[in-house]
Design a protein around this ligand. Structure first.
Ligand code: SF4
Length: 267
């Protein structure tokens, strides 16, 4: 694995790596302290808004390759934490991701993971891994809508059924490490009904909701929310008594936004 290119914006630094067999993956250094790494070459989930998953899955990364993204950069960047939230679905490569999490933890790093929960066997492994935070990217509560957003997915009833069982066995401090993520797309999952269902799910499981902004991806005919609409969604959930966070400016940056990492970028 080697770094073949770096792109910079005023907020983030994006690194493109080439694996020994010629595949490309990316990592983003953001907030001046965190590195978001990839877990697969491509992605099987193929979210409708995401450039990274457009061409499906090419192959899993090994734990060594996931850790290499950090190892190759740690000498020049003040990395304090790692997010396994770049290209790929961590649950679909859970064994290698868990090994990588253990390695990152042994280096004293904070590790967070984002997953859609597909497949459920992998999700179960990630729940019990020694992470410092796991975001379940639901993107919508209605299964009909979820089927339009994800090419493959596990029903939320199954994901949250497993979570409920897991929550019953662990301490409240461990439970607090789990949150719900939803990337808001205009006209797709931002209606009052969608937000109400999201808020009810979060309240039931006492979880924080992270509302993510959609960054435009070339060739994808979807629109994000305006600042006002995004703020309205935030207030709507807060009025329901839900803890909510919004995408920060680092994530809203074109080099840092969810779904904007892409293997199709010119190198
Ligand atoms: S957003 Fe994540 S899970 Fe969805 S296709 Fe992109 S990389 Fe895969």
């Amino acid at each position: 694995m080697r770094v073949i290119k770096e792109l910079r914006s005023p907020l983030n630094r994006l690194f493109i790596f080439e694996t020994d067999d010629g595949h490309r993956v990316e990592a983003v250094f953001y907030k001046g302290e965190r590195l978001c790494v990839s877990s697969q070459v491509g992605c099987p989930v193929r979210c409708v808004f995401c450039a990274s998953g457009k061409n499906g899955l090419k192959r899993n990364l090994t734990a060594e390759e996931i850790v290499s993204q950090y190892e190759l950069l740690k000498g020049e960047l003040p990395i304090k934490g790692v997010a396994v939230a770049g290209i790929g679905e961590p649950s679909a490569n859970a064994d290698e991701v868990v090994k990588a999490i253990e390695k990152f933890k042994s280096e004293g790093l904070k590790v967070t993971v984002s997953t859609t929960g597909y497949p459920i066997e992998g999700f179960k492994k990630l729940m019990g891994a020694p992470h410092d935070g796991l975001t379940i990217s639901v993107h919508a509560v209605s299964e009909e809508k979820r089927r339009k957003i994800f090419c493959v997915s596990v029903p939320l009833s199954q994901i949250f059924g497993e979570l409920e069982e897991f929550f019953g066995k662990v301490s409240s401090s461990k439970r607090k490490k789990f949150q719900i993520g939803s990337l808001l797309i205009k006209g797709v999952n931002d209606s009052d009904e969608d937000l109400k269902a999201l808020g009810e799910l979060a309240k039931k499981f006492r979880m924080t909701v992270m509302l993510m902004a959609y960054n435009r991806v070339p060739g994808v005919d979807l629109e994000g929310l305006t600042e006002e609409e995004y703020e309205r969604a935030f207030l709507k959930l807060r009025e329901m008594g839900v803890r909510v966070t919004l995408s920060n400016r680092f994530r809203r940056d074109p080099l840092g936004g969810c779904g904007t990492l892409t293997i199709s970028r010119e190198v």
